[in-house]
Design a protein around this ligand. Structure first.
Ligand SMILES: Nc1ncnc2c1ncn2[C@@H]1O[C@H](COP(=O)(O)OP(=O)(O)OP(=O)(O)O)[C@@H](O)[C@H]1O
Length: 246
């Protein structure tokens, strides 16, 4: 395997993407009214890769993540997952894809505070028709893995920020998604907690073979990733393109 480290170049639409990438944005444009958020964004993410997306505020990072995850559809350009155009799928099929193949961790707000840690982690499995006993067995297996042993019965509204983010990671990974999308997953945490949470996110995703796309302002968070791309003015403007030889 060889990696082509091409820094600080303008991406060309089309051929730059890897043949073996799992997730691709090809010349993606997306505006909100008169505000252009993405202006020809180009990115390829390899299967199992841990990728950080950095860039100034308002540059289009979150919009890119939402397009890659099939939450937004581009005005122009293509999003491909496992070779398939997901921007062309119906809303229902994209929702199904997000539920079955993608996991999400946001800065905060994705947990149900009135429910327990185990309930929150089991929730995506229960919604996916896994039987109750099996869902809780699998959820509880994640507690120790993420240093949450003994907290299964605690309401998530009573947790610290770092504990809550570890629950969010477990909740996102328990259905074994192909890709984990994380938007500022440590944005509300102090730097020490942030490091612990990021280490856990990366090590568990790696152990599961899950591809990770993490948007962050924090260089220390990005340092946990295998590769960092920069988004500027709606383009992936300095990138190290993923490539597999042969
Ligand atoms: N839902 C929306 N409605 C209107 N404008 C939006 C919306 N989402 C994003 N934008 C605009 O699109 C541009 C890119 O926003 P985006 O949130 O993708 O940037 P970002 O790099 O993630 O920013 P930040 O680091 O501050 O979160 C900004 O000008 C923003 O104001």
């Amino acid at each position: 395997m060889s990696t082509d480290l091409t820094l600080a170049r303008e991406p060309e639409p089309g051929p730059a993407v890897s043949r073996r990438s799992l997730l691709e944005a090809r010349d993606v444009h997306r505006s909100f009214g008169q505000t252009p958020a993405l202006r020809g964004a180009q990115l390829a993410v390899g299967g199992g890769e841990i990728l950080a997306v950095m860039g100034p505020s308002g540059s289009g990072k979150s919009t890119l993540l939402h397009c890659l995850a099939g939450i937004y559809t581009p005005d122009q350009g293509e999003i491909r997952f496992d070779g398939q155009r997901i921007d062309e799928l119906s809303d229902a099929r994209r929702t199904e894809l997000r539920r079955t193949a993608f996991g999400f961790v946001f800065q905060f707000g994705q947990l149900i505070p009135e429910l327990t840690v185990s309930d929150n982690i089991a929730m995506p499995l229960l919604l996916g028709d896994v039987r109750r006993k099996e869902a809780y067995r699998r959820a509880d297996a994640w507690l120790d893995r993420l240093g949450l042993g003994g907290l299964g019965g605690r309401r998530t509204g009573e947790l610290s920020g770092g504990q809550a983010q570890r629950v969010a990671i477990a909740r996102a990974l328990v259905p074994q998604p192909k890709v984990l999308f994380a938007d500022e997953p440590t944005g509300s945490l102090d730097s020490l907690t942030s490091e612990t949470v990021m280490d856990l996110l990366v090590s568990t995703a790696r152990a599961e073979g899950t591809t990770v796309v993490v948007v962050t302002h924090d260089a220390r968070v990005a340092a946990c990733a295998e590769r960092t791309v920069m988004v500027r003015d709606g383009k992936v403007s300095a990138l190290t393109e993923y490539e597999v030889a042969g």
